[in-house]
Design a protein around this ligand. Structure first.
Ligand code: ADP
Ligand code: MG
Ligand code: MG
Length: 370
């Protein structure tokens, strides 16, 4: 409608494209943000040059904090990439400031817009089709950590407070269990007991963080394969994207979350638990790629924390699904009443298998540290 068109046009002018830009059209199929492709005249005709996005401020409660983190990290990365002899225009996202020098533009309805360069000749994979890609994924996110190893992580805004505070997640579960608003507790006693038996585990990483044994790192917090762009020509990992959830955190958090979904043999909501397993050979591939990049950067304590990260990110995720089930499905989107319970079960299956193979998981980490 008219207001929307006007906001889009205002944004195009705010970022200084104005008359220079050839045309703008909707880009991708995101469910959260409104995204547009900005075409500029190039040598061989019009080229997709920028991605322009109206951020959903219901989801991102602190857009200024998010953009501050993104600018801090990407500008730092550009210098690191230059020193490595790489191409800063391809190996990190370049966010563009408005003509008046702001990190983002606020439209007439107070909604934030931001803009970054499109990276041509790159590909993106939705899911791991070849085990090699999971190795590449470990290598790319390891490299990202290494590039940012001297970045002052404590200066980053914690835009989602307590995101991986597993103790807080456990407490929220206890509250939901006590209230039992939907009288669902009776339908999930084994799962409840599974969580209650692991209260102590929930503190393993949080305590080491509080005591300063584990340092704060720049964490990405959405370390999926489809958040890596690969170079179309070389096939190598090129650029980490989707930087909205960058926050201070533990290396074990990002590592663990990658393992949680990447080393699983079935979907998160697979109802047939016989299909859900922790694949330790996939785990090994990720460890190899990750530690090849990070073994000289991570502390000994951090390296030791990685297998715990896998266990606890998976446990935490299962706890969140079970909590939401007990609360009546208010957070995660569900397609049927047991959806969150099914999800919790797959996560607990993975946790159970990781616990059984924990020594082997630790040996694998040691093997690639040498
Ligand atoms: P979401 O938060 O919706 O996952 P992303 O930032 O990950 O949004 O972008 C969605 C998809 O758009 C990516 O998986 C990738 O395929 C493509 N994409 C995003 N940014 C770029 C870019 N700078 N250059 C090329 N493709 C991109
Ligand atoms: Mg993404
Ligand atoms: Mg995102």
């Amino acid at each position: 409608d008219g207001v929307e068109d006007r906001n889009l046009e205002d944004a195009i002018y705010a970022f200084g494209f104005g008359n220079r830009c050839s045309y703008v059209k909707p880009f991708g199929a995101g469910h959260i943000n409104e995204t547009y492709a900005v075409y500029m005249p190039g040598e061989g005709g019009d080229e997709l040059a920028y991605v322009l996005q109206r951020v959903n401020s219901n989801v991102f409660k602190d857009p200024a904090g998010v953009m501050d983190n993104i600018f801090g990290v990407t500008e730092y990365l550009r210098n690191v990439i230059r020193r490595e002899g790489g191409d800063p225009d391809r190996e990190t996202l370049s966010y563009i400031k408005t003509k008046s020098g702001c990190n983002y533009f606020e439209d007439s309805e107070g909604e934030p817009w931001r803009c970054y360069n499109f990276i041509p000749d790159s590909v993106c994979y939705q899911l791991v089709e070849e085990p090699e890609q999971f190795y590449q994924s470990g290598s790319s996110f390891g490299h990202f950590l290494k590039q940012l190893s001297d970045y002052p992580a404590s200066k980053l805004n914690e835009t989602i407070p307590d995101f991986h505070n597993t103790i807080r997640r456990f407490e929220a579960f206890q509250v939901a269990l006590k209230r039992d608003l939907k009288n669902r507790a009776d339908s999930c006693r084994p799962e409840i007991d599974f969580v209650l038996a692991r209260e102590k585990d929930c503190g393993v990483l949080v305590h080491q963080q509080d005591e300063g044994i584990l340092p704060l790192r720049v964490t990405h917090n959405d370390t999926k394969l489809n958040n890596i762009l690969f170079d179309e020509k070389t096939g190598k990992g090129l650029c980490i994207i989707d930087l909205d959830t960058i926050m201070p955190g533990l290396a074990a958090n990002d590592f663990g979350d990658s393992i949680r979904f990447g080393a699983a043999t079935a979907e998160e909501d697979e109802p047939n638990l016989d299909l859900m397993h922790f694949d330790i050979s996939l785990y090994e591939l990720y460890v190899k790629g990750y530690l090849e990049e990070t073994k000289d950067v991570l502390t000994e304590a951090e390296i030791g924390s990685l297998p715990w990260g896998a266990r606890l990110m998976t446990l935490e995720c299962g706890i969140r699904f079970l909590t939401d089930y007990l609360q009546g499905d208010t957070y995660f989107k569900t397609d049927y009443p047991e959806h969150n319970l099914i999800r919790a079960r797959t996560q607990f299956r993975l946790v159970d298998e990781m616990e059984q193979q924990f020594e082997r998981m630790q040996e694998i980490v040691q093997k690639y540290t040498k």
